[in-house]
Design a protein around this ligand. Structure first.
Ligand SMILES: Cc1cc2nc3c(=O)[nH]c(=O)nc-3n(C[C@H](O)[C@H](O)[C@H](O)COP(=O)(O)O)c2cc1C
Length: 324
């Protein structure tokens, strides 16, 4: 994995509960260049004697994908051991230094690690020494507006030997409110010795172009904008090459959502897939006709077969669409 020589790269952001290998696979098919697993607890990996089914699903790779494994944790020995255990199975290891969730932060990991430059450096070095693949870091701009430390963190990550750093242009205090600050990311990228990956609020090809232009970054990372919309990667690529992009047809939306249901059922089993696919289908139909009523209906679907049928009926009745 060569982070130095990428150009206009499109990266799928790690999103717990969304970007499992089934969704990553669909994104790769649409032109996403690489992805990152959902965050995985280094403690869980190292301390649990046997791999749990959930852990196995989190760690599963999609055929042919380029993917990093994202670890969260703060204990140096545990991070080192986790990196030894899993690192070489992936294209790179990413360290989570941005997660704002109280559960993670209270343990000193995620965004809490992102505010402790010294400890963060030790963690990066420990992980680097424990594996042969590149190590990347994902941060926010800082803890809050009074503690913006992203310039320091970018410098430190380069010195500690990280191969790249992804920056979500918000502080921990902002959670997901306000707009991601692309000017801040531009400043970081201009001073960084390692590639910076710009992240936050990219929901359209126009957004992606703007972020590439504003930040000067060679890679952008897309999270929520891709939910129910893996087609975004293809549209961005087309837009960057030609200045225009094709809309997604109802047929393609239907076929992709049906494939997603099937893949998720294979990965997680009927019960979990039926529950998790409700939210995905809700995203696939966002902005379509009568989507609110359809969403309510979906939430009563007792099985993945029922979900598939409901979706196919909806797309046929609203758009005359058949699966491709
Ligand atoms: C539901 C959800 C789960 C997330 N899980 C993770 C995670 O596991 N690891 C991580 O580094 N960031 C996680 N994030 C943050 C995203 O990777 C990304 O930084 C953030 O959503 C901003 O990008 P976006 O505006 O393109 O969504 C998550 C975000 C959401 C909405």
């Amino acid at each position: 994995m060569d982070f130095q020589n990428c150009s206009n790269a499109l990266v799928l952001a790690p999103m717990a509960g969304i970007t499992d290998c089934t969704f990553r696979y669909l994104c790769m098919q649409m032109g996403c260049d690489w992805g990152v697993t959902e965050m995985i607890s280094a403690n869980g990996l190292v301390l649990s004697p046997k791999e749990s089914p959930i852990q196995r699903q989190l760690m599963q790779k999609a055929p042919g994908e380029t993917v990093g494994v994202q670890l969260f944790g703060v204990n140096l020995r545990v991070m080192e051991k986790a990196a030894q255990m899993v690192g070489d199975q992936y294209d790179f290891i990413d360290i989570n230094m941005g997660c704002p969730s109280p559960k993670i932060v209270q343990g000193g990991a995620g965004a809490a690690l992102g505010r402790d430059r010294g400890l963060a450096r030790l963690v990066i070095e420990a992980v680097r020494q424990a594996c042969t693949v590149p190590v990347t870091v994902k941060i926010r701009l800082g803890w809050d507006d009074a503690h913006l430390n992203y310039m320091d963190m970018v410098e430190m990550a380069g010195q500690a030997g990280a191969a790249a750093i992804a920056i979500h242009g918000r502080t921990r205090a902002q959670m997901y409110a306000g707009r991601a600050d692309m000017q801040a990311i531009a400043r970081a990228a201009a001073h960084s010795a390692i590639p910076v990956i710009a992240n936050g609020d990219i929901a359209s090809p126009e957004d992606a172009l703007r972020v590439f232009e504003t930040t000067g970054c060679q890679a952008v990372m897309i999270g929520r904008g891709a939910a129910g919309n893996p087609f975004l990667f293809r549209q961005i690529k087309q837009y960057l090459h030609t200045g225009r992009y094709d809309p997604v047809t109802p047929e393609e939306k239907l076929s992709t959502a049906l494939t997603h249901i099937r893949l998720l059922r294979d990965l997680k089993g009927e019960a979990v897939a039926a529950k998790e696919m409700r939210k995905h289908i809700g995203w696939y139909i966002k902005g379509l006709r009568d989507a609110a009523a359809m969403r309510e209906k979906i939430n009563t679907a007792p099985s993945t077969d029922a979900l598939s049928q409901m979706l196919a009926d909806y797309m046929r009745s609203q758009y005359g669409a058949q699966p491709e």
